[in-house]
Design a protein around this ligand. Structure first.
Ligand code: MYA
Ligand code: UBL
Length: 235
């Protein structure tokens, strides 16, 4: 197929325009910067998941695969200039099943979570994440537990099974008891599942708090800067 001779010129002009417009937006518009950073965050995780899938598939669905995901995600904080400070990590019980409960501000929590994720620990996630392309498959291979939040009965029976698995397969579980992301500076009332789980399995609860992202990230204001710290306090 022959291209119309002026077509190359148009393509070149569009390319130059992009070359000029994108950096201008990046430096002049905090909202555009926010969108680029979030788009790259999701896109990069989807890409990393593509790499992780064949490695994890060797073992099949296995909680040990979570180590692979963790190692693959640890560098993201450097890309975003986020320094993660962990305090009190020694409070993790050394070697026994337990339920970690932590606050949930945004998908950036993944960075803090990966920083401290103990061995053989899997998060409980909303079922929709299973359909998030490569990330969903990687999560499934790493043993992430999916619950359908719209069907309380089903979610409860999944969690009762988890209570058994916790003990028989020496697994730890990470639950966001608020049940959804909440970035308004306070905490939502807790859902009860994590606590039923700990009682049913007779295991301790380990609370973790990630400090507010307000200094460097705010979805409402479309603001996402870098170089600021968030701490994780485990007490
Ligand atoms: C490289 C690629 C990498 C990819 C990334 C990898 C990492 C991915 C990380 C992903 C991170 C993703 C992060 C995410 O996706 S966060 C979103 C998903 N997580 C959650 O929803 C948190 C867990 N939710 C719960 O625990 C809720 O309680 C559930 C969902 C179970 C029900 O919620 P619901 O709102 O419907 O109701 P309710 O809590 O008011 O409870 C209702 C009633 O049921 C009773 N009840 C509850 N539970 C139990 C039980 N177990 N046994 C017996 N009874 C139980 C309870 O006492 C109450 O009864 P009563 O007291 O009023 O009489
Ligand atoms: C081919 C299909 C492409 C689908 C593209 C999907 C894009 C998503 C890509 C990557 C996702 C990265 C994994 C992020 C893990 C954190 C997930 C998360 O934070 O889920 C939110 C959940 O806790 C609460 O959900 P809601 O606040 O109730 O909502």
């Amino acid at each position: 197929m022959e291209l119309w001779p002026g077509a190359w010129m148009v393509v070149l002009l569009l390319f130059l325009l992009l070359l000029f417009v994108l950096p201008t937006l990046w430096f002049c518009s905090p909202s555009a910067k926010y969108f680029f950073k979030m788009a790259f965050y999701n896109g990069w995780i989807l890409f990393l998941a593509v790499l992780a899938i064949p490695v994890c598939a060797v073992r099949g669905r296995n909680v040990e695969n979570m180590k692979i995901l963790r190692l693959m995600l640890l560098h993201i904080k450097y890309l975003y200039g986020i320094r993660v400070e962990v305090r009190g990590a020694h409070h993790f019980p050394p070697s026994q099943p337990y339920v970690v409960v932590s606050n949930h501000q945004s998908s950036l929590d993944l960075l803090g979570m990966m920083e401290v994720l103990p061995g053989r620990c899997v998060p409980i996630a909303k079922r929709e994440l299973l359909w998030a392309g490569s990330a969903g498959l990687a999560c499934w291979l790493a043993g992430v537990i999916f619950i359908d939040r719209k069907r309380t009965g089903d979610a409860i029976s999944v969690m009762s099974e988890v209570a058994q698995t916790l003990l028989t397969q020496d697994v730890r579980v990470w639950v966001f008891p608020e049940g959804t992301r909440n970035h308004n500076g306070s905490m939502l009332p807790f859902k009860r599942g994590a606590f039923h789980l700990a009682v049913q399995a007779q295991v301790p609860i380990v609370p973790i708090v990630m400090s507010s992202y307000q200094d460097f990230y705010c979805k409402k204001e479309r603001r996402f800067t870098s170089g600021l710290l968030f701490g994780i306090f485990n007490f």
